[in-house]
Design a protein around this ligand. Structure first.
Ligand SMILES: *Cc1c(COP(=O)(O)O)cnc(C)c1O
Length: 447
């Protein structure tokens, strides 16, 4: 079969081709057998067809990944499609650091330096924290905090804060993975200060208090939780650190709604705040740990910190993101610009897009929608938005059109709702409109 010429000419190495051929034959055999219980020679594809199938598989294997998609879902921080889009400034910083860079060298003295030497003072000033450390993601920040500060006694955590976020990540399980015993207190709906007091006064007291922000849900009705300030006071009185997993990492400016900020948590007396870099902060995937110098230092010096440290491109992008926050009242980062876009402007863009797409002109319809910030922040809070209702080419179901758009170049991710394909403009950057119009035009014109 390797004799078939498109396969012979394919640029993939021979070992790769061999493996792909073996896997494709095994799949085909399983398919044919599943269909009729045996392999019927008449159903085996001819060599040309097979060669085409194999080159397609090889192309897919080698194609760049992850690659760009246009986000028509209306969810700004969508974890499945890359969460926060990285700003132009941060992209440039990543490119600048991609080759050799002054990651761990002090250019002035020529001596070895720290990869955190520049980001620390900037983050400290911006967040109003004594010290800041950076790891790979928010989960890693929780893990490192519980490992470095939650042993030997474990951590106390309210049952009302046993949060599960996307992809089955549970805050309590992350603490347990750190080797920290989790002292569960309170009930699902109510936890009181005396519950914390009792846990801390027990025979086998926890080494730290863990607080988790209810990122993606809300509790209403007969509920009670402890004020962060009161909890911080208790922590101080008992001499245990209060670690708060804030998750979304808002710095306030440019974020609508009532999401608490890192500064709020620190001002309330939290000893160590952890959050993600690619949620409301608007930067690359990273984990930020901000708080008391001695505690941050214990995290930084812990052997696990080495395994969780960010690479040079992440650090460059995060530094550029923090610099953008430090230089503007409202940071010009994609997340904040998208959140701030007015409905009038979105409607205007929808109209222009419909015109540019050509075939939409006559039958374009728009719809008022509710978009979301997402990314474990502001649950239930939505933003007014505008979507195009895409006209379906004859004979195409809504999900078939959505699939065609996903498989286009660039891929466009839409929302299918009540048999309509909706393209929400809230999370589409204006710079993407031209490429989007072309992608839509191609998908809608094709029969
Ligand atoms: C998002 C989130 C995390 C995990 O952060 P990642 O950066 O996705 O690892 C942890 N805790 C809370 C409360 C979150 O919202």
């Amino acid at each position: 079969m390797l004799a078939a010429s498109p396969l012979r000419e394919h640029s993939a190495a021979a070992v790769i081709k061999k493996r792909v051929v073996q896997e494709a034959i095994a799949d085909l055999r399983a398919q044919l057998q599943a269909a009729s219980g045996r392999i019927d020679a008449a159903q085996v594809p001819d060599v040309d067809t097979l060669a085409k199938l194999l080159t397609t598989r090889l192309d897919q294997l080698l194609r760049a990944h992850p690659r760009r998609v246009i986000n028509g879902t209306g969810v700004i921080l969508h974890t499945n499609i890359g969460r926060a889009p990285i700003s132009d400034r941060a992209r440039a910083a990543m490119l600048g650091a991609a080759g050799y860079c002054d990651l761990e060298i002090d250019l002035e003295s020529g001596r070895r330096g720290s990869r955190f030497s520049r980001i620390r003072p900037l983050a400290r000033a911006l967040l109003g924290a004594e010290d800041v450390h950076v790891v790979n993601n928010g989960g890693a920040a929780v893990l490192l905090a519980c490992t470095a500060l939650g042993l030997p006694g474990g951590v106390v955590l309210s049952r009302g804060q046993m949060v599960e976020i996307g992809d089955r990540f549970r805050v309590a399980e992350m603490a347990a993975a750190a080797g920290a015993r989790v002292h569960e207190i309170g009930s699902t709906n109510r936890t009181h200060l005396r519950d914390y007091e009792r846990a801390l006064a027990g025979d086998d007291p926890p080494s730290a208090i863990l607080w988790a922000h209810l990122s993606n849900f809300r509790q209403e009705g007969f509920v009670a939780s402890v004020e962060l300030r009161a909890l911080a006071e208790l922590a101080r009185a008992r001499g245990v650190p209060l670690i708060a997993d804030l998750g979304s990492g808002s710095l306030g400016r440019g974020v609508p709604g009532q999401e608490p900020t890192i500064q709020d948590y620190l001002a309330a007396g939290v000893d160590l705040v952890t959050c993600s870099g690619d949620k409301l902060l608007g930067g690359p995937q990273a984990g930020v740990m901000a708080g008391r110098a001695a505690l941050v230092e214990r995290c930084r010096r812990h052997p696990m910190a080495r395994a969780l440290r960010p690479d040079k491109c992440t650090l460059a992008a995060l530094h550029a993101t923090l610099a953008a926050h430090a230089q503007a009242e409202r940071p010009a980062l994609p997340v904040h610009r998208m959140a701030a876009a007015t409905v009038t402007r979105l409607r205007e863009r929808a109209r222009k897009l419909a015109l540019a797409t050509g075939c939409l002109e006559s039958n374009v319809q728009t719809k008022s929608t509710r978009a979301a910030i997402g990314g474990g922040s502001l649950p239930g809070d939505t933003l007014e938005s505008v979507a195009l209702i895409l006209p379906r080419p004859a004979g195409l179901t809504a999900s078939a059109l959505a699939k065609r758009l996903r498989l286009g170049e660039p891929a466009v991710i839409t929302r299918v709702q009540a048999d309509e394909v909706l393209l929400d403009l809230r999370a589409v950057a204006p710079e993407e409109d031209a490429a989007l119009a072309e992608a839509l035009g191609r998908a809608l014109r094709a029969g």
